[in-house]
Design a protein around this ligand. Structure first.
Ligand SMILES: O=C(O)c1ccc[n+]([C@@H]2O[C@H](COP(=O)([O-])O)[C@@H](O)[C@H]2O)c1
Ligand SMILES: Cc1cc2nc[nH]c2cc1C
Length: 344
């Protein structure tokens, strides 16, 4: 299904979940057949083969490509930063947006290295969300505006989409989201990590903020989109909207780190299988990312100790995507190369 206009309201976004397209089985089979013909023992390219099959199924072609690759960094500010939950001041969000625009951030280098188009979408940076320890982070209209901003960032026909984020304080928001979506039986500390590098006192403030938020919103944390409204942030909701639109357009998505996965998890909780078009690029060093990946049923491609956000893990994984596609598209078959097939 291709639809250009974003839903007007929250009910419209929710009803998209009833219309999720399936992968293209014929394209998948075509890619499997080609893979089986190539001059290598079957399975010998390991997870590179998995990447190719995923792209084939969602792009709808046996010879997938990564020409039109788009990375969008969504930026938002968080009221919860007033509680001392980050190692950096909230002003860094806008300063990094300027850095993205000037080409000086890590993601600028990765996008250039791997031939991806990079865009930055600022979401009301001068107006942080409400401190979710005391009140819902966003009103419904704000949530819908953020979901729509994400939706509008994805166009049909992309070969691959990456949603990235920049938002001082957003690992606290992502921890609260994950705890609310998947339960906090291990305690909130199981979902809290050091983010930009908070010290022990900062980590304790973060855990206290998440615990207080869950208490404040107790009884109102059943619906995943309501959880997003209460505990999320604008850039988080924009990633949710973008990942949903990508699914409707059958555009495959590479998931980045802890915050991007929390945004995606809203969809998975709302509709199991909603993330079938997504591949987890990496496991970040944020302590709870491994748990979150397991909760959404994703096996990360790499674990390099990255904890930067801004789509840097997914941007790095583009190199692996290119490696996978180069082999699938360029290798000779056994017949073409005159190589003997398996004997026994
Ligand atoms: O992607 C991740 O897993 C990740 C882990 C730690 C930090 N970050 C980035 O750091 C910022 C949030 O960290 P913090 O400590 O301010 O909550 C935000 O801009 C994220 O892009 C991102
Ligand atoms: C400098 C800096 C760059 C970032 N990029 C994504 N999150 C970030 C957080 C900080 C603090």
């Amino acid at each position: 299904m291709s639809r250009s206009l974003p839903p007007a309201d929250l009910a419209g976004f929710c009803s998209c979940l009833d219309q999720l397209p399936a992968p293209d089985d014929r394209a998948l089979q075509g890619a499997q057949q080609r893979d089986a013909s190539l001059t290598k023992p079957r399975g010998a390219l390991g997870r590179l083969e998995e990447i190719v099959l995923w792209l084939a199924a969602w792009q709808g072609r046996a010879l997938p490509q990564a020409e039109a690759v788009k990375i969008v960094i969504f930026a938002g500010n968080h009221g919860v930063t007033a509680r001392g939950v980050s190692a950096f001041p909230a002003a860094v969000t806008a300063q990094m947006v300027a850095n993205f625009r000037q080409g000086g951030a890590a993601i600028n280098q990765l996008a250039r290295a791997f031939g991806a188009r990079l865009e930055v979408v600022e979401l009301d940076l001068e107006r942080p969300t409400a401190d979710f320890c005391a009140a819902p982070a966003m009103g419904e209209a704000e949530l819908v505006a953020a979901l729509r901003a994400g939706w509008n960032a994805v166009e049909p026909g992309l070969d691959l989409f990456i949603a990235g984020e920049m938002g001082i304080g957003n690992t606290t928001s992502a921890a609260a989201l994950a705890a609310a979506l998947f339960g906090d039986e291990l305690g909130v500390s199981g979902w809290c990590g050091r983010g930009t590098g908070v010290d022990d006192a900062g980590l304790a403030r973060k855990e206290a903020a998440v615990a207080l938020a869950l208490q404040t919103h107790a009884g109102a944390l059943r619906d995943p989109f309501e959880i997003l409204r209460r505990l999320g942030g604008r850039e988080v909701a924009a990633m949710t909207g973008a990942i949903l639109r990508a699914r409707l357009e059958r555009v495959p998505v590479l998931l980045d780190g802890f915050i991007a996965c929390a945004a995606a998890a809203v969809l998975e909780r709302a509709r199991p299988g909603a993330l079938d078009h997504c591949f987890a690029a990496h496991q970040s060093a944020e302590g709870a990312h491994a748990r979150l990946l397991a909760a959404i049923g994703k096996e990360p491609l790499m674990s390099l100790g990255l904890r930067l956000g801004e789509a840097s893990g997914a941007g790095t994984a583009l190199g692996l995507v290119q490696a996978a596609l180069a082999c699938h598209r360029g290798m000779a078959s056994f017949a073409e190369a005159g190589v003997s097939g398996k004997g026994l």
